[in-house]
Design a protein around this ligand. Structure first.
Ligand code: SF4
Length: 289
C-alpha cells in the first residue's frame, strides 16, 4: 500500500500518532510519505491535535481518508497494535529525543482541561520506557499526571536508569508530592521542573510548593509555576499568585486561557511576567509600562 500522512497542525510539534502509524505501515511493507496533493494513495492519515488549527481542505487523491487526534475528535484512539509501535522519529528528522506516554489519564478533572474526558479519571500505566526510548539523550514525557499513577515508582526508576535528560513536558502535580517522590525526581536528570497553580483559592498548592522548594536542587529560574489566568480569577488574584510564587523561590509563568478573549490587563500581566528581562528589571507590575 502507498500511505500518505498529513500533520494538519504543521511541523512545529512532532505528532506521535503519525510516527507510530508510520512504523506500523512500514513493518507491513507499505510505503509511507508526507502526502502530496497530486499523488495517488491507498490511504491518507490526517492528524490534528489542536482544536484551533484550521482543517486542511486539500483534495488528497485517495478514497480512504482517516482523520484522528483531539483536534478532530476527543474520543479518537489508535488501535492497540498501532499504539504499541515504536515511533518512527525519522519522519521529523528527530535523532536525539524520544517522545511518549508512560501513563494516561488524570484524576483531577480540571474544568479547562480535556484529559479526564479523553483519557479517563484514573492515571494508568500504558507503557514502559523501552516502548518509545532506545538510548536517546533526551526524553520528552507527555504524561498528564505521572505522580497520580499507582506505578509512579517503577516508572520513575525507569527514567532514572535511562540516565537521559528528562523533560516532564506537562508538568508535575505538586499536590501529590511526597518526600519519596521528590527524592526520585532528584535522581532524574532534569534541567528544569514545572508545576501549576491554576486555582487562586487552592492554598494547598501554594503550601506544597513552599514545602518542597528546597527538595529540588535547581535555581529559581528552573522551577517554573504556570499561573492560569482569564479563567475564574480576578486580576488581583493573578498578580497575588505571581508575587507569592516569586517570594518563595519559583519562576511564575502566566498562562492566559482563551487569550483572544482576555482583558488587556491580563495580557499586560503576561507580557511583564513572562519576559524575564522585564520581570527582573521591574519587579512591580504597577510600575510596568
Ligand atoms: S491536573 Fe493537569 S492534566 Fe489533570 S485535569 Fe488538571 S490540568 Fe488536566
Amino acid at each position: 500500500m502507498r500511505i500518505g500522512i498529513v500533520d494538519v497542525d504543521g511541523h512545529n510539534f512532532s505528532n506521535l500518532a503519525l510516527m507510530k502509524l508510520t512504523t506500523y505501515h512500514k513493518q507491513r511493507g507499505d510505503e509511507v510519505e508526507w502526502a502530496f496533493p497530486l499523488l495517488p494513495y491507498d490511504r491518507v492519515y490526517m492528524a490534528k491535535v489542536f482544536t484551533f488549527t484550521q482543517d486542511d481542505i486539500t483534495a488528497y487523491q485517495t478514497y480512504d481518508i482517516v482523520r484522528g487526534g483531539t483536534g478532530y475528535d476527543l474520543q479518537s484512539k489508535l488501535p492497540a497494535d498501532v499504539e504499541n509501535c515504536y515511533p518512527d522519529y525519522s519522519i521529523y528528522g528527530i535523532t536525539d529525543t524520544a517522545y511518549g506516554y508512560l501513563t494516561r489519564g488524570c484524576p483531577r478533572g480540571c474544568p479547562f482541561c480535556i484529559v479526564a474526558e479523553k483519557e479517563g479519571k484514573q492515571s494508568k500505566k500504558v507503557a514502559n520506557l523501552e516502548n518509545f526510548w532506545r538510548g536517546q539523550k533526551y526524553i520528552k514525557l507527555l504524561d498528564p499526571n505521572l505522580l497520580a499513577c499507582p506505578d509512579w515508582e517503577e516508572l520513575m526508576q525507569q527514567l532514572i536508569d535511562s540516565k537521559a535528560w528528562v523533560d516532564f513536558t506537562q508538568g508535575l502535580d505538586i499536590r501529590l508530592m511526597t518526600a519519596e517522590k521528590a527524592a526520585m525526581i532528584r535522581q532524574c536528570k532534569v534541567k528544569k521542573l514545572h508545576f501549576a497553580w491554576d486555582n487562586p483559592e487552592d492554598e494547598l498548592t501554594f503550601e506544597k510548593l513552599k514545602e518542597y522548594r528546597k527538595a529540588f536542587s535547581l535555581p529559581d529560574e528552573k522551577c517554573k509555576v504556570y499561573v492560569l489566568t482569564n479563567f475564574n480569577s480576578t486580576h488581583e488574584q493573578d498578580l497575588a499568585r505571581v508575587y507569592r510564587l516569586r517570594a518563595i523561590g519559583y519562576d511564575p509563568f502566566v498562562m492566559v486561557y482563551e487569550k483572544w478573549n482576555a482583558p488587556k490587563e491580563t495580557r499586560r500581566l503576561q507580557r511583564w511576567c513572562n519576559n524575564k528581562i522585564i520581570f527582573r528589571a521591574e519587579p512591580e507590575f504597577a510600575k510596568y509600562h
